[in-house]
Write a protein that binds this ligand. Sequence first.
Ligand code: G3P
Ligand code: CA
Length: 242
Amino acid sequence: MKIIAHRGASGYAPGNTLSAFALALKMGSKAFELDVHRSRDGRLVVCHDYELGRPAGAPLRIALSDYAALKKINVGDKFGFPSERVPLLEEALDLIAPSAEWINIEIKNDGDAYPGIEGDLLAAIRVRPGLIKKVLFSSFDYGTVKRLRALESGAALGYLQRGLRTLSLLPAIARAKAVGAVNFHFSLRSASRINVALARKAGLKVCVYTVNSKPDALRLAGLGADGIFSDYPDLLSRGGGR
Ligand code: G3P
Ligand code: CA
């Protein structure tokens, strides 16, 4: 089972920053997850939220801000990091791509907040020889996943779900298959034995977010999960039972 460094080693450093990715690399991570947005001037940036209120207390909306303004903000305050900024996707890829075996790029695009971001992202990946083979694209926004498929028949896609009940799982699996997804990503709460088994039976690889306790990780390994997204990439190797 893959342990995917969720936003880098985001339990130890501010998530989605170069420090978090560097720390995950130092811990030996080979699988990474990161979240992508787009600034007003068209730069792809790595950040979880649509604005910098939570990571930095700055009410800057990414879609409405130029990258020059975003990069002035320290997003590391809560971890006591004095000068951590929102990285460009290209900076994050420069750092992790040479060592990574698998990178899940999650596109934050609810309500098509960033029209055309799918093409921008594919262009950013295609300029790096061989990288597309390591990347799995996912989004909570099904339209985004469909547009990625239309633009790139060879893209590995993940169907990302939150709070899914067993009743709505079969239609969700059908949607995942319809778009040619290879992965199905469950929230921890919805990763029940039956749900994981149904997705696997449909031929989908199952990854679960966010798994920060060893007992949860071991339970999911027992269910045959292919990967877990963890803020603590050393979760299984460290002592104790976090
Ligand atoms: O991609 C898995 C997981 O990261 C999705 O949730 O809110 O942590 O981006 P979130
Ligand atoms: Ca994410």
